[in-house]
Design a protein around this ligand. Structure first.
Ligand code: GLN
Ligand code: ZN
Length: 740
């Protein structure tokens, strides 16, 4: 069997990629030097895949920013506001990052991953600017690698774009350009065309357009075409395998077992190759090769071995480069596989793994399964006794009255989302403390001083509900992960999130459990300084889950509930100490939505259950808040309401009131904190803008429901702009109150 890879992480073992980009942007690296560094990195990555023994090595998957932007740029699909600029490297980055005169293109999540792509904006007919895959194919050839060019497919490209008139027209406009690209790639034996959109719900019309497109592309080339899908099972198996391509790539890991079922039920065309994604391209665990061997046996009952290509389930963009440099406890270290290790697994399977390798992988995972971290008796018991119902004592309308009496807040109360500026000084102190250079007591005193400073500042600004400011937290997931049982942190487990921005997700490798209070000290200290309520601030179970690499030996739902049980203890600890409002952030709730609509309900039901498990044990008079950063939630509004949070804060400013429209058609009675200004920009909002947002909300929501706040945490902002913005916000709220 042949081995293949779909895409390799760009960032480099030491994030060389990120550093080169940032030096180039800062003007510290000349363009030629930058291009040279990138080329070396690219070739190094190709050689590495060759050394590991991969037969079909992807070329063209490497990017300076994002592969969707690469495809759009190659086809001249450039936002109108950049269309006058020459098609240079500078323009490429301007589209991604904005410049002095034009705002960046929109960025959004790549399917159900934590990777963000640049949304292509159409405004005129596309044209081929450069045959990028050909250039990169030629480059690889120079070092003796006959690569497999990787292209984003036309249908996915259009579906992810905006600004075109008709879907069909846009795909048709692209076809001649793809034809040219493919025909010029005639030397390439294999070409991979990615159409992950096939794992989502495509309409009949859309599928007809896709079929017509591939019928034409087939004629443009004699190379073997691999139609590649990933992230879930394909919805139209029978039709997809009949498309005029040489190979179909299927994900056999994140497909809920459905691709294998389709294969068994409907068979697979004799003349085609099956590119079988059997190694998990999205998680960090070593594969149990015995299981994988069994999966392959099931596959090869239908497709003869000679026509099976072994590969990861998706591009390895979503996992860190190598686990080699990590020094985790042996039982965990031995159970990890990052990109390089995954490719080695692919090669092993393709060659027909030997018994020793099969046993070694099985033993490594069995050892982790049997280890105490995965067998916490108390967690197991608690999980067996999960309540069927998780409800607050009284319905919202009753709680509202009790809370109103308790807090006596004015109408349109003002608050913030949690974090205040993490200045260079805050970060430097934390680093010094972590390295052991700053004594614990000194660091704690520093954090207290920051809290005090900002409590005083908030009082002066005139906010109604205060926060402690989150100065002790680097990251909203990491902070809790470090304090809960069941988590581990890698040294170098970085993955690209967007542009040069990388994240290092925690590993949830064991049973999650509460160890000791995590936020009580800072919250209580803040509350001791004022009589106004200070909101406790926690990260919710679904966000912790979605922003981590999660063990895959038990259902995700169970892990979410373990986290929820641990947070429940924290909520109770805060309440016991007299904290009256507690916010549990769930900014990642939406991003976990499955690709197919039919699976949404079960995901949302699990998410709602976990959130309620964490939050419903409190008294009626304790007010539960939650926060989500996004604006599009018309389609999940029932689940949002089912969370039964007393107040939810959401984004409003960037969506220009679109969000509020959702409440014109849905009745929602609970408190809503409007993100009346955009914290993602250093710009101080104008009074009139905030007033406009409040007025718009008052058209659809009852004044009793509305809270006034910025649209997210202020951690990335400077001190002056934060204070200025909040003062204007408080002023706007006061003026709006007078007009009620
Ligand atoms: N409480 C967090 C903060 O203010 C929320 C961050 C988020 O929503 N991403 O930083
Ligand atoms: Zn937010």
């Amino acid at each position: 069997m042949k081995s293949s890879n779909l895409g390799y992480p760009r960032i480099g073992e030491k994030r060389e990629w990120k550093h080169a980009l940032e030096r180039f942007w800062a003007g510290e690296l000349e363009e030629t030097a930058f291009l040279q560094e990138m080329k070396e990195l690219r070739l190094h990555q190709l050689r590495k895949q060759q050394e590991i023994g991969i037969d079909l090595i992807p070329v063209g998957d490497f990017s300076f920013y994002d592969h969707v932007l690469d495809a759009a740029f190659m086809f001249g699909i450039v936002p109108k506001r950049f269309a006058q600029q020459e098609m240079s490297l500078r323009t490429y980055f301007d589209i991604a990052r904005g410049n002095d005169t034009a705002v960046a293109a929109e960025m959004t999540k790549w399917f159900n991953t934590n990777y963000h792509y640049i949304v292509p904006e159409w405004h005129e007919a596309p044209k081929l600017m450069e045959n990028r895959p050909l250039r990169l194919y030629e480059e690889a050839k120079e070092i003796g690698i006959h690569g497999k060019p990787v292209l984003l497919g036309p249908v996915t490209l259009v579906k992810l774009s905006k600004g075109y008139e008709s879907f069909k027209g846009a795909v048709e406009a692209l076809i001649p350009l793809y034809e040219q690209v493919l025909s010029e790639l005639e030397e390439a034996a294999w070409i991979q065309i990615d159409e992950p959109i096939l794992a989502t719900d495509l309409s009949d019309e859309e599928f007809a357009v896709l079929r017509a497109a591939y019928t034409r592309l087939r004629k443009a080339t004699n190379s073997r075409l691999i139609l590649q899908t990933y992230f879930d099972s394909i919805t139209r198996y029978k039709e997809v395998v009949k498309l005029p391509v040489d190979a179909v790539g299927l994900d056999f890991v994140h497909d809920r077992g459905e691709n294998l079922l389709s294969l068994q039920q409907y068979g697979f065309p004799q003349e085609k190759y099956l590119a079988a994604g059997v190694i998990d391209g999205r998680n960090v665990w070593r594969a149990d090769l015995e299981n994988k061997q069994a999966l392959l046996e099931a596959i090869t009952v239908v497709v003869p071995k000679e026509r099976v290509i072994i590969q990861p389930s998706a591009s390895l963009l979503h996992v860190p480069v190598t686990s080699k440099g990590e020094a985790l406890e042996p039982i965990l270290q031995n159970a990890l596989a990052f990109a390089d290790e995954k490719l080695a697994e692919v090669v092993l399977l393709a060659k027909g793994a030997n018994q020793a390798a099969l046993e070694a992988s099985h033993a490594a995972l069995a050892a982790l399964s049997a280890s105490p971290v995965r067998n916490q008796e108390a967690v197991r018991k608690a999980m067996q006794n999960l309540p069927a119902q998780v409800e607050r004592n009284s319905p919202f309308t009753e709680r509202r009255e009790l809370q109103q009496v308790r807090f006596g807040l004015p109408l349109l109360p003002t608050t913030t989302i949690g974090s205040f500026p993490q200045t260079a000084e805050v970060r430097q102190k934390r680093r010094a403390w972590r390295r052991g250079e700053l004594p614990d007591a000194t660091y704690q005193a520093y954090i207290r001083a920051e809290i005090k400073k900002w409590i005083e500042m908030q009082e002066e600004i005139g906010l109604d509900v205060l926060v402690h400011g989150e100065f002790e937290r680097t990251d909203m997931v990491e902070y809790f992960g470090e304090k809960l049982a069941g988590f581990q942190f890698t040294k170098n487990g970085w993955v690209q999130s967007y542009g040069s921005r990388c994240v290092k997700p925690p590993l949830i490798y064991g049973d999650v459990a509460f160890v000791a209070p995590m936020t009580v000290k800072e919250t209580l200290y803040a509350q001791s300084l004022v009589s106004k309520p200070v909101k406790g601030m926690l990260t919710g179970p679904i966000t912790i889950l979605n922003w981590s690499f999660v063990r895959d030996d038990i259902p995700r739902r169970d892990v979410a509930n373990q986290i929820a049980l641990a947070l429940r203890e924290e909520v109770e600890a805060l309440e016991d100490h007299g904290i009256r409002m507690i916010q549990i952030d769930e900014p990642a709730l939406r991003e976990g939505l499955p690709l197919k609509r039919e699976h949404w309900d079960s995901y949302l039901a699990d998410a709602v259950y976990a959130f309620k498990l964490a939050t419903t044990a409190v008294r009626d008079t304790t007010q539960i808040h939650t926060h989500m950063c996004y604006s599009n939630f018309e389609d999940i509004i029932e689940a949002i309401a089912a969370l039964d949070a007393d107040v939810i804060s959401i984004e409003t400013s960037r969506s220009h009131g679109e969000l509020i429209a959702a409440f014109e058609t849905h009745t929602y009675e609970k408190g809503i904190g409007l993100g009346v200004y955009d914290i993602h920009s250093p710009r101080v909002p104008k009074l009139s803008e905030i007033e406009h947002n409040i007025a718009r909300a008052l058209q659809v929501l009852h004044p009793k429901q509305i809270w006034i706040n910025p649209d997210c945490g202020l951690k990335t902002r400077g001190i002056d702009e934060t204070v200025a913005g909040l003062c204007i916000m408080v002023q706007a709220a006061k003026r709006a109150r007078r007009q009620l």
